[in-house]
Every structure is written in C-alpha cells, then in structure tokens.
Write a new protein. Structure first.
Ligand code: 173
Length: 317
C-alpha cells in the first residue's frame, strides 16, 4: 500500500514537473568546432542532466543555422530563446552591446558592484533580453597582419573588423571592412584584407594561422562572449527554473580562469606557426593601448549619452 502511494506521488510529481518543462532553442554566433562551442556543450550537458522536467536546452547550431549578425535580433524577437554571442554582433539593436568589450574587471566582480544590474536594466529595456552571464573573460583582442608595420600607423592597410575594432583601427588610419568570422579566411587568401582583429585565442580553429604573418602587441580590450535570453522567456520562468539556469551559468562563468591557460597555449602555437610579434617601445605601446580605450569609450558615450558614462564607471578599474 505504501509502495503504491509512493508510486502515485512520484507519478503526480513527474506529471506536474513535466507539465512545466521548458525547452529553450539556443543558437551560437560562433562555429561548432570552436573552443567557445566546446565549452558551451559542457554547460548544456550539465544543465540538461539536472534540468530534466524543468529546463532543457536544444542546441540549434552555429553560423550555418543563423548568420552571426542576426542572432541578437532573433533573441530579441523570440525566434530563438537563447544565444551565445558577443555584443559586437548586435549593435544593430543597441550601441551599448559593444561596451562589454571595455570591462576591466572580471564578471564575478561585475555581479557584485552593480555592473550586471546596469547591464540588465539596459538589456531588458532596449533589447528585450535578459543578460545571463559571460563565458569569455581575461582575453585581449589583437591586430593580426599579413604586412609588417613598425609603428601604430595603419594608413594604406585594409583591415577586417567587427564593431569591436572599428573606431580604434580607423583612428590608426586603417580602411576597414566588416565581415563575419566565417569570411575571414577567404578575405585573407584573396588579399582583400591585410589583416584582421581577433582575440588572442582561436585563430587555429579557423586556420587563419596559415595566412597570418604578424601579431601586433599589446592586446587591448577584453573579449566578451556571453549567454543571453529572450526576456519574455526569462520572465515566464518559475523561480526554480531561474535558480537552476543561474546556478549553471554562474558555474560556467566561474570557469573563465581557464582562458588564461588557453591564451598562453595559443601564444605558443602562434610562435610555432611562424607568426612574428610586432611590438613597440614602452611609451608607444602605452599610447596604443590607452588610445583603444579612449576611442572605445568616446564612441559608446557618443552613441549612448544616457548609459555610456554609467557603464564606464562600473566597468573600469
Ligand atoms: O572579431 C570578431 O568577430 C569579434 O568581434 C569577436 C568578439 C568576441 C570574441 C571573438 C570575436
């Protein structure tokens, strides 16, 4: 009798839980073979194991499923529920998205100092999104070249960009051309561009090392890739579903220290692949680095006088 009662209760519980299981459709702005997506797979596997009857993630795919620059809008409108992407890919929705590259303090600290609250105020209000957490941190961007330079002057060079690098490289005199990551190899191969911006890690995922001769040091900014969710979907979650999601996102975010090792390894591999480092004297290097932030913030604040200054205050060291 007891056994039957238990089974009945368990069944009721399962039915009840099953009734509210939510399956989220997730797309990635980065290709399936990248380290970014490999890490994402680990996150989804753990969440799906624990989330049975509550939350499940259904991975739709990468840039073959949806062009990277359309991902943000798809989350905004609810065409998909969730995405792994970077703010530079959805500046078409709001200029503030690109400010996440300017953070100088790690994500867990931004959770404490009001940074995440401000991000979510803006992301809710302007993009119909809930910003969940950051999955790449501690990772500078660099300029990679096929031609040598001996000072930070890019006059006469055509450089592949996204909004991340646009103002900075233009301020250095470059002609710029925006492309999705998937088009960089061909652009290099055909000599359409003389270089590109990209984080310190990842160029081997795309075989760009075959076409890259130089990396310019120092790096600048802080590469940002994050998980975002459609706001309606987030608001429809029960408290238990939110807690489950955030527990897994925060655990994922806590792995960001691992990028330091990945980045060291990629620096080693770049040297092995024959990529030469172009560096400047200390004063010039500092000017180059400072200019990146100066131009970066000027552009954000111009586009968003409302939120730019607040972001700068909370994101800077
Ligand atoms: O260069 C890019 O495509 C870009 O903007 C980016 C941003 C974050 C991580 C990797 C690339």
């Amino acid at each position: 009798m007891k056994k039957i009662a238990f089974a009945a209760t368990a069944m009721l519980f399962a039915l009840h839980a099953g009734a509210q299981e939510v399956t989220l459709r997730l797309v990635s702005a980065f290709a399936e073979n990248t380290q970014y997506v490999k890490n994402l797979e680990g996150f989804m596997k753990k969440l799906n194991a624990e989330g049975k009857g509550s939350v499940q993630i259904n991975f739709i795919g990468g840039p073959k499923a949806m062009p990277p620059f359309e991902v943000g809008n798809a989350v905004r409108t609810g065409v998909v529920d969730m995405a792994m992407t970077t703010g530079a890919f959805y500046t078409n929705i709001m200029p503030e998205a690109d400010a996440l590259k300017l953070t100088q303090i790690p994500a867990p600290e931004l959770r404490k100092n009001g940074g995440y609250e401000l991000i979510n105020k803006i992301w809710n209000e302007k993009a119909n999104m809930q910003y969940l957490g950051r999955v790449i941190d501690f990772t500078p961007f660099h300029l990679y070249l096929t031609k040598k330079i001996d000072k930070p002057d890019l006059a006469g060079l055509k450089i592949r960009i996204t909004p991340v690098y646009r103002e900075f490289f233009q301020a250095l005199g470059a002609t710029v051309m925006q492309t999705a990551p998937g088009e960089v190899y061909t652009a290099l191969e055909r000599g359409v561009v003389d270089g590109y911006g990209w984080p310190i890690n990842g160029i081997f995922d795309f075989n760009w090392h075959e076409k890259t001769k130089f990396r310019v040091d120092p790096g600048f900014y802080n590469a940002e890739v994050s998980l975002i969710m459609n706001l309606g979907k987030w608001r429809g979650f029960t408290q238990a579903q939110r807690d489950l999601m955030m527990r897994h996102v925060i655990a994922f975010e806590a792995q960001n220290d691992s990028w330091k090792k990945v980045n060291e390894e990629d620096i080693r591999r770049q040297a092995q692949a024959g990529i030469q480092v172009i560096s400047f004297d200390a004063a010039t290097a500092k000017q180059y680095y400072d200019k990146a932030y100066e131009v970066g913030w000027a552009s954000i604040i111009k586009a968003s006088p409302q939120y730019g200054p607040q972001m700068r205050k909370l994101f800077s060291k």
